[in-house]
Design a protein around this ligand. Sequence first.
Ligand code: ADP
Length: 257
Amino acid sequence: MVQEPLIELEDVAFKYDKEWVVEHVNLAIHKGQFLGLVGPNGSGKSTLIKLMLGLEKPNKGHIRLFGKSVKKFNMWQEIGFVSQKANSFNSGFPATVYEVVRSGLVSRMSIFQLFNQKHKEKVYEALKEVEMEEYAHYSIGELSGGQQQRVFIARALVSDPSLIILDEPTVGVDSEHVTAFYDLLGKLNRERDLTLLMVTHDIGTITSHATHVACMNKSVHFHGSSEDYHDMTDEEMSEMYGHSIHQLSHNHEVTHS
Ligand code: ADP
């Protein structure tokens, strides 16, 4: 039996004002995939995420989450989200790592429910998965950008989602820690069977870690496995991107335009 995609977009179009910023987008993310959504700055990636999360409504097309229209979807505990702004706490921020991860459970609980030993174990389990359990009682602001992002992944993991969406999570992570961060995502994808959708402009790095890639510039020009992406000839890339982006992709990084 073919499983329904966790996220499915069908001919989706969206504009904030007069100009279309997302057009004719068809995209499906299946269980177990680690999909890198890449494209230059302003190509509509964050807008697409907002549409998937129901924060904006498409002007055209259909969006389904776990087989249900996004308009009727109510299983939000199945979807974790890590934003690029997560790692912006300064050293004076009062919350501990433990409290930040625990706040991922709070939103799922009634205010009358008390934290019990089971919840504490879940917080530590999530911290262990991102190899940060030793930092539980540190203040979040004391950690580096990369460590903070690991904590925010733990916060997303603590409610046992099937899918985590990450919007440019490596912004603010030191370059020497970026590979370890991708390795962690790869491990969670393989060993925990966690489906991942990661938005990034760094096409060179994502295609060597993600299982699948979607290249976007208003619409999706390529969607396939990372192997298929690497196997494309120069002519196919040129046709897909158009000349200007082809130049950028040749440098193996779609940089900010
Ligand atoms: P990306 O994430 O690929 O950098 P965005 O989705 O943020 O791209 O932006 C796509 C286009 O939509 C850009 O031209 C951007 O200026 C515009 N845009 C983004 N957010 C808004 C908004 N809230 N109001 C109006 N225009 C917006």
